[in-house]
Design a protein around this ligand. Structure first.
Ligand code: NAD
Length: 292
């Protein structure tokens, strides 16, 4: 039976450590400030942003929520970002994705000052990540590497298979795990929707990371016995027995796969809370660098 990679417990520990550092440093300095931009009524986006804001409060960070209806124009949103870029009391800016289709997300992300881009989505940060330079690492991939590091999962020389090549999860994870560092030094295979015979690759994985957004996609037969399995997926599946009418499930068939994996992340309670901890880490980093 696999051991659990407990993202909830680790996230609480990391967040408490950052909170202590902020309490010490902000005696003389102002507290770190995260500005969150939320457009429209997308329920999961609202839940994610509220969670981020709540965690900021918990650690002693300031936060501001800039919430607009989905008919905001691209020019108005660019103006807001420009204002936040110039505001010396704002350390981090995040724009919750997805944006309405009339707004060009690429243009919006590129408008954020790279030194305030705590989501790590700006091309400059992604480029620095690819080069192995210091940068803001996107929160979910950073959270995954924090989990591997904390549980002392050996990555050097291992074959890591990642399912999903999105710019916010799969692709940056492939950079992080292939780099010459720790965690890192993996041989990485990046699978996606056009990969033929995916089981051929997943069966070879010492570390298997699922980030495709398909509930229970990874079945027991697809996993090599003893593999470390990281489930990034967060999917809402209808469940009328729940008050909300749905439950959250990952991309891995947890019940079956836990029988043969050596380590596994639960959903919820695995990568999700680590993403928040990593965002807090990045905001703290932005603030520390601005205050130096
Ligand atoms: P995305 O839709 O942007 O990308 C999905 C990727 O999966 C694509 O690269 C696509 O090629 C690949 N894919 C789709 N079908 C496939 C198939 N049959 N076989 C192989 N690859 C396939 O998604 P995303 O934003 O990367 O998110 C992926 C999942 O991770 C979602 O469930 C999302 O909710 C979750 N997520 C979780 C967190 C977290 O904090 N835990 C953060 C971000 C995303």
């Amino acid at each position: 039976m696999a051991q659990l990679l407990d993202g909830k417990a680790l996230s609480e520990k990391l967040v408490a450590e950052i909170s202590t550092k902020i309490a010490t440093k902000s005696i003389e300095l102002r507290a770190p400030h995260l500005a969150a931009i939320l457009i429209g009524d997308h329920a999961p986006s609202k839940a994610y942003v509220n969670n981020k804001i709540k965690t900021c409060e918990k650690v002693g960070m300031a936060s501001s929520l800039h919430s607009y209806s989905s008919d905001i124009t691209e020019a108005e949103l660019l103006n807001l970002i420009e204002k936040l870029n110039r505001d010396n009391t704002v350390d981090g800016i995040l724009v919750q994705l997805p944006l309405p289709s009339h707004i060009n997300s690429k243009r919006i992300i590129e408008a954020i000052l790279p030194s305030k881009d705590v989501d790590g989505f700006h091309p400059l940060n992604i480029g620095n990540l690819a080069k192995g330079y210091d940068c803001f690492v996107p929160a979910t991939p950073l959270g995954v590497t924090m989990l591997l590091d904390h549980y002392k999962i050996k990555t050097g020389g291992k074959h890591c298979v990642i399912l999903g090549r999105s710019a916010i999860v799969g692709q940056p994870l492939s950079f992080l795990l292939a780099r010459n560092g720790n965690p890192g030094n993996c041989t990485v295979t990046l699978c996606h929707s056009k990969t033929v015979n995916i089981t051929h690759y997943t069966r070879q994985a010492d570390i298997l990371i699922a980030a495709l957004g398909i509930p229970n996609f990874v079945k027991k037969e697809m996993v090599k016995p003893g593999a470390v399995v990281i489930d990034v997926g967060i999917n809402r599946v209808e469940d009328l027995s729940k008050k909300a009418g749905y439950r959250l499930t990952g991309d891995v068939d947890f019940e079956a796969v836990q029988d043969i994996a050596s380590w596994i992340t639960p959903v919820p309670g695995g990568v999700g809370p680590m993403t928040i901890a990593a965002l807090i880490f990045n905001t703290y980093k932005a603030w520390s660098e601005r205050m130096m």
